[in-house]
Design a protein around this ligand. Structure first.
Ligand code: CTP
Length: 403
């Protein structure tokens, strides 16, 4: 199976001949869905060009802690360490391993590794005698004791022409190892999931619309959490002011309920899971004006018509095994109506949003929801940050997937 790695990978490249293989490593990481930031040690520049790795990773390669361009700027190793979900040093030369074991930090990669709090992997690569040397073995032992994970090295033909242990593990095997360690175990790994977010805008005329107060935060939080658990996420969003750089999310921007319906109809048949968190308009102007409506004396009447119920359309066509979740927004106690929605729209889960609680619902960073399923008692959650609500919703979906 193709590995999936929706992670921000900080790839440290050091001065070993195996650095030439990092071109493939970057390509394989990107193909697996990772976002890759390469940091090279100065010695690595003798073995592979930054241009190659920058092109493949689609990001400038970083080397220097301090920029020598007179600007007084520097590459912030603390932010880099915090950005990374995982730090991989491949190839890890004997010299870099020794410096890591000693806690030295005379270049950007080492300063970043000392400030990183994420899991760290090293893939040693060197000639067999260097690898067999007790100093190297001792350094690797020290690093392992401190929680650093090692990948390889493998035995085989070395650049020197000698045979033995010291070859860097093949790039695809490194990616598989990272994917296994970091992504597997989640029932969502590899699943296709369609998430909708935000409001819709229904045109009255070319400049005016009917909208709602949805910020899209809940849907984005679900999309990000699902991608972090290894899902391939299609995020269809109405107009929002949010961005996401989480690898594993393909974003499609739409405006009206009709646009959203079309985007969802194209994607839902393929999806293993559908989560409709968008606040889709139920009504739209029946005859939007082609040009801006001029003000007149007297009042203006707008005739509204129903929009298509996207969720009901998806529910009607559900495949066996497909899991479908909808949201409901209630100003009063809405358990009964949520249960009705489960039946009517053919859903597995309704996330019931309260509009009555302080800090819950549209525009807030927190939300208070009740998870309503067919066979279990409703799960009332306290007021929680939306990221945590997203986790609870996906936990419920994972339980459903497990049967
Ligand atoms: N939905 C949809 N298509 C629409 C309207 C809503 O897919 N045209 C989805 C929403 O994304 C949400 C759920 O349906 O997941 C909300 O259902 P809805 O019946 O609109 O409920 P409420 O808005 O909560 O309330 P009411 O039933 O009172 O209208």
């Amino acid at each position: 199976m193709e590995p999936i790695l929706h992670r921000r990978v900080l790839l440290g490249v050091t001065g070993s001949i195996a650095a030439y293989k990092t071109a493939w490593l970057v390509r394989d990481l990107v193909k697996a869905g990772a976002e890759v930031q390469v940091v090279m040690t100065p010695a690595a520049h003798d073995f592979v060009t930054p241009l190659t790795l920058a092109t493949l990773s689609k990001r400038p390669v970083l080397t220097d802690l301090f920029l020598r361009d007179g600007s007084g700027s520097w590459n912030d190793h603390v932010s880099l360490g915090r950005w990374a979900d995982v730090l991989v040093v491949a190839p890890a030369s004997a010299h870099t391993l020794a410096k890591m074991a000693q806690g030295l930090c005379d270049n950007l990669l080492l300063a970043t590794w000392l400030s990183a709090t994420c899991p760290v992997y090293v893939a040693p690569a060197m000639d067999l005698e260097m690898f067999a040397d007790p100093a190297t073995a001792h350094n690797l032992d020290l690093l392992r004791q401190r929680g650093v994970h090692t990948i390889g090295p493998e035995s085989g033909e070395l650049a020197s022409g000698l045979e033995g242990a010291g070859r860097m593990t093949e790039p695809m095997d490194i990616v598989h190892r990272l994917a296994t360690d970091l992504m597997e175990g989640s029932p969502l790994a590899g699943k296709r999931i369609l998430v909708t977010a935000g409001p819709t805008r229904e045109a009255i005329d070319p400049v005016r619309y009917i909208g709602n107060r949805s910020s899209g935060r809940m849907g984005f939080a679900i999309a990000e959490e699902a991608a972090a658990r290894g899902a391939r996420v299609e995020l269809v969003t109405g107009p929002v002011e949010l961005t996401t750089d989480r690898p594993g999310i393909v974003r499609t921007d739409v405006e009206s309920a009709a646009d959203m319906a079309q985007a969802c109809k194209e994607r839902a048949p393929e999806a293993d899971i559908v989560i409709m968190s968008a606040a889709v308009a139920d009504h739209r102007p029946a005859a939007p004006a082609g040009s801006k409506i001029k003000k007149d004396e007297g009042h203006l009447e707008l005739v509204l018509e129903r929009t298509e119920d996207i969720l009901a359309w998806i529910g009607k066509r559900r495949r066996p095994g497909q899991v479908i979740a909808g949201f409901a927004l209630e100003t009063e106690e809405g358990l009964e109506s949520a249960r009705g929605k489960l039946e009517r729209k053919g859903l597995d889960l309704v996330v019931l949003n309260s509009l009555q609680d302080e800090g819950a619902g549209f525009g807030h960073a927190t939300n208070k929801v009740t998870l309503v399923t067919r066979d279990k008692d409703p799960e009332r959650l306290p007021l929680l940050p939306k990221a945590e609500v997203a986790r609870r919703i996906l936990d419920a979906i994972e339980r459903r997937l497990k049967g």
